[in-house]
Design a protein around this ligand. Sequence first.
Ligand code: ADP
Length: 267
Amino acid sequence: MSLVEVRNLSFTYPDSDESVLHDLSFEIEANEWVAIIGHNGSGKSTLARLIDGLLSPDQGSIRIDQLPVDNDNLSLIHQKIGFVFQNPDNQFVGATVADDIAFGLENRQISRPVMQDKVQRVLKRVDMVDFANHQPEQLSGGQKQRVAIAGILALAPQLLILDEATSMLDPEGRAEILNLIVELRRESKLSVLSITHDLEEALLADRVILMDKGQIIKVGTPQETVMNQELMASHHLKPVFVRRLLDRLTAAGISAPADVNTSEQLE
Ligand code: ADP
């Protein structure tokens, strides 16, 4: 049974007569990392808002862990999903890093010592224990996103959605986050959906969905999608310079996906 099931999904914004998503269907399995790529305007953020229940489809359905995403189930759905957004500055509510993570736990009716223990554990997991009493504004972009991920881990979701979560980060921050995601997947059953126009991020996924103009153009391994220069160029995505990319991933301690054919690397 798939964790996420999207079936024949179509969507039109209320103030528009042009449909933005056309008959999308795909699944995400438990522990799978799926990247959705596509240039600006292809419908990626709209899809994320539908998965989160912020928008309702014209047609079709979305199920998370068999539960339909609709207004009756939203609080249960939100327990199953954690979102990391593009701008790390927009997601903090606490005065300190520790407060911020505790805030997310406050509705969960757990005692203060259990909460404090959880905060410590997730901070340790993202390697931010030393920053527990810092103000979030004082952190680097990569550190802010790690705190955002810690806040999500504290709530133990089944699906982590990264909506352009690395696109405002410098190369070091991006490597920090991608490395963390790779590790989290290795040690838990977490599924990941990364919505991105960064092909470097997509290269780390198990499967890649290429979207253009609200349609799914291709679903395949990174080798069959991101590495297909012609396919990327014909959908306005910059080709990846694979050798440089693999060097950068290696430097960040991330191993290249097994199916990347290094004999086809571009310089
Ligand atoms: P992406 O995330 O891939 O850049 P979006 O989902 O943001 O794509 O946008 C898909 C299409 O929907 C674009 O043509 C965009 O102009 C349109 N769109 C996005 N938000 C709205 C909105 N609130 N109202 C009307 N049209 C919108």
